[in-house]
Design a protein around this ligand. Structure first.
Ligand code: CP3
Length: 356
């Protein structure tokens, strides 16, 4: 069928990239590296093109999305691009009133807290996000053999923004709903799983080579609660894209006690923050899955020699996985104040130190 063959043909140029090979546990010439939030405020060229355009408006402009996504690839020579968008874009696309306040994060005008509120969370259709299809298409054509990673927010992390109405430290309202109204909660995260699946499928159909599910804040849950209240919805997302055969990455912060379950939910690659060394993460995740991580982003503010020592420690810990199955990344995102040159040097160092 032509519509199905087209995205896979688009992706084929990246098939043998170090990044995709590592995700599949195949031998690699060097450990691939990319950075979460590599596009964005650490780069002066980003500030320049974003001038006068709000964050969420910038996500609706395919040419701008293409330029911002390519900026860190050009500058740092990373092994993969991550699509420039945001986890709240699909929510906005189905009519949720959300904006991203600079220095704050996503803010929801009318939080979702009751059964009636759930009606506002309808499935996402490809026609809701034509600009995503267009931007991914432009990027895949331009990137050639460099893979493009698509992404979405996981049900728990999206629920946290929707229920709290914005960013929160303790996620108290979210947890109160989860513990106090389990049936309402189950329907909420199920609806979010459907929206997230829709958003990932649009990106996959348009040609991305891998997808990452960001459950950034799920580390605030105990394993039993994760298993009972969150895992079914996240598993539903992974299951919905399993048929494409592309690597599925699952990431969260502070998830040391959840790593095994996050793998079980259906990930091929498990993202690890800096709190758990990769050899221990490999034990927790079990065989057959690749790992992504896990340099403490704060290390980038230390002198180059320290960055290199710490990066070497990450590579060494990853050797527990064997000769492949490791994607080098930070344990969380690039921060706005980071020196872009330090990031470029780190990419070159990882490539050199891991060359086989
Ligand atoms: O380079 C990339 O990683 C690609 C693009 C990307 C953005 N957001 C762009 C962005 C990705 C993958 C995201 C995901 C995202 N968005 C997550 C999960 C990742 C993580 O860090 O855990 C979360 C929790 C969000 C919600 C969100 N959006 C936050 C917390 C913020 C920062 C708010 C602030 O000002 O501190 C945003 C805004 C945002 N998303 C920016 C970028 C480049 C900054 C926008 C700006 O220029 O002001």
């Amino acid at each position: 069928e032509t519509t199905a063959a087209q995205p896979s043909a688009r992706r084929s140029a990246a098939h043998d990239s170090a990044f995709l090979r590592a995700c599949r546990h195949e031998p690699v010439p060097h450990t691939p590296v990319w950075f979460m939030r590599q596009a964005g405020r650490s780069l002066p060229e980003y500030h320049k093109v974003r001038e006068g355009v709000s964050m969420l408006d910038s996500c609706l402009r395919p040419e701008l999305v293409k330029e911002i996504t390519l900026q860190p690839v050009r500058r740092h020579k990373v092994d993969a691009a991550i699509f420039y968008s945001d986890i709240v874009v699909p929510l906005k696309a189905i009519g949720i009133d959300v904006e991203i306040k600079p220095g704050v994060g996503p803010v929801i005008a009318d939080p979702i807290r009751t059964a009636a509120d759930l009606q506002r969370l309808r499935p996402l259709e490809p026609d809701d996000v034509p600009y995503i299809t267009e931007a991914v298409g432009l990027l895949v054509d331009e990137l050639g053999s460099t893979p493009l990673i698509g992404f979405a927010g996981a049900p728990f992390t999206l629920a946290s923004y929707l229920v709290e109405g914005g960013p929160s430290k303790g996620h108290e309202r979210t947890k109160a709903l989860m513990y106090g109204q389990p049936e309402l909660w189950a329907e909420l995260v199920d609806r979010l799983a459907v929206i997230t699946s829709g958003f990932l499928k649009v990106q996959i159909e348009a040609g991305v080579s891998a997808v990452q599910l960001f459950d950034s804040w799920v580390g605030s849950l105990a394993p039993d609660d994760y298993r009972r209240s969150v895992m079914p919805a996240s598993a539903k997302v992974f299951e919905s894209v399993a048929g494409y055969g592309l690597p599925r990455i699952h990431f969260g912060v502070g998830t040391g006690e959840l790593l095994g379950l996050m793998g079980e939910a259906g990930a091929d690659v498990v993202g690890v923050d800096w709190r758990v060394p990769l050899h221990e993460a490999a034990r927790r995740v079990g065989p057959g899955k690749a790992l992504q991580g896990n340099l403490d982003p704060a290390v980038l503010f230390a002198p180059t020699s320290v960055v290199e020592t710490k990066a070497r420690e990450v590579l060494h810990a990853a050797s527990a996985l064997g000769t492949s199955g490791h994607v080098f990344n930070l344990g969380h995102g690039v921060s706005p104040g980071m020196d872009p040159d330090a990031l470029s040097r780190l990419v070159a160092f990882v490539h050199e130190a891991s060359a086989r």
